[in-house]
Design a protein around this ligand. Structure first.
Ligand code: SF4
Length: 398
């Protein structure tokens, strides 16, 4: 089963691959959702394809906006460019875009985006007949429905989300952001107003706001929990799902790296007949997240997808930097957040068994002068008295 990780930038893509992704998905500057992530320009896209293929990894590119007439001017040449550089698939939701890929870039496999809301075997079979290689299933499906789709569509690759943020609407079929901010979710510019706090007013009492809750926590009536299917991976694998997807192109490289290695290691355990270990599941609590839910996995009778008390992230570890050079007995770190002499910090690596904690007794700036604390957007050298593996990330417990 493929582990498919998000890559909101070239740097995150490199970390996703280093931390065990079999495939990554990214957006170009054009036509993809998540316009807020930095995305990849043409030079980046070429570099990304080469890097992925040299690493034995696949690269899928999102072209999943609901396109208007104006978008079709530039679309054909963009798709031909993606074909020329050899991307492994495009993720599409709009039938017009689908037809354009088939017409101008027929060598690119087409994956049907979760934005297309494939919720049935009939819908999956339709896209398969039209020529899609893969369907990314709607997040609103139960495992029973997924098994039925698998049985009905042999030969069609099935991908499903296993981790990350959820929409309160059928993925992306939501006009809140368009209406309140003039920024369309279906053009990749959602401002997440589902996370805002709402009140009700009675028609004849304008200005008087009433909370819908019975306590004083506020009213986040649209606020979805985050998806986490870590404990359901065995069932997903047995159902014949080909690819498990991690949401989060807007998230940090620490988030991408840590979630990717957790799911990679869990799949590895299952492939070797073992249960995915709890210590890996605990890592998913060390990234910034909302309350977790298994959402629709067991069907609509048991759904528990909304969290009404707050829309704030739960965060008990802070990403403080990435190791950009490993010395013989030291690490050079690009600093994201401050740490000081006396702090205990944690190093994580692609192989979780190599993680370690470190009590900071000495820090040097990049000119090797001793300093007491670090500043964001600088680099520092940390004498470690031992060698460390490549691609380390540093975090601190809050
Ligand atoms: S406002 Fe919320 S539910 Fe609507 S598209 Fe954006 S993230 Fe999804």
């Amino acid at each position: 089963m493929e582990v498919l990780a998000p890559a909101g930038s070239l740097q995150k893509l490199r970390y996703a691959v280093a931390y065990g992704a079999d495939a990554v998905y990214a957006g170009g500057k054009l036509f993809g959702l998540r316009a807020g992530s930095s995305n990849l320009d043409e030079k980046d896209l070429r570099e990304a394809v080469n890097f992925c293929h040299q690493s034995g990894c696949k690269l899928f590119i999102t072209v999943n906006i609901m396109a208007h007439n104006r978008h079709y001017q530039a679309l054909p040449s963009y798709l031909q460019f993606l074909q020329e550089i050899g991307v492994d698939g495009v993720i599409v939701s709009d039938p017009g875009v689908f037809a354009t890929v088939q017409a101008v870039a027929p060598a690119i496999p087409i994956h049907i985006s979760t934005q297309a809301n494939v919720t049935s075997a009939a819908s999956a079979a339709f896209w398969q007949k039209m020529g899609a290689k893969r369907v990314i299933l709607a997040r609103e499906l139960s495992i029973g429905e997924i098994r039925e789709i698998r049985a009905a569509c042999p030969g069609l690759e099935l991908e499903m989300f296993v981790h990350g943020a959820m929409c309160m609407a059928y993925s992306g079929r939501c006009l809140l952001s368009s209406y309140l901010n003039h920024r369309s979710a279906n053009l990749g510019a959602c401002t997440q107003p589902c996370r805002w706090e709402y009140f009700v007013t009675e028609k004849s009492r304008p200005g008087q706001e009433f909370s819908l809750e019975e306590d004083d926590h506020g009213t986040y009536i649209f606020n979805s929990k985050d998806l986490c299917l870590y404990h359901r991976l065995a069932e997903i694998m047995a159902a014949g799902v080909d690819s498990i997807k991690i949401e989060g192109r807007m998230k940090s490289l620490y988030y991408v790296a840590n979630v990717t290695r957790v799911y990679r290691a869990a799949i590895h355990a299952l492939e070797n007949g073992k249960e995915p270990p709890q210590f890996l599941r605990d890592e998913l609590d060390k990234i910034s997240h909302r309350v977790y839910s298994e959402a629709f996995f067991d069907g609509f009778d048991s759904i528990d997808t909304q969290y009404h008390e707050t829309s704030k992230y739960i965060r008990d570890h802070q990403f403080i930097g990435e190791v950009i050079a490993e010395g013989n007995r030291s690490a050079t770190i690009a600093i994201r957040a401050k740490f000081s002499i006396g702090d205990t910090i944690e190093f994580i690596f692609p192989d979780p068994s190599q993680d370690f904690t470190w009590k900071v007794t000495r820090i040097q700036d990049d000119a090797e002068n001793d300093i007491d604390f670090t500043k964001p957007n600088t680099t520092c050298i940390l004498p470690l008295k031992k060698s460390i593996p490549l691609n380390g990330i540093v975090r601190k417990k809050l």
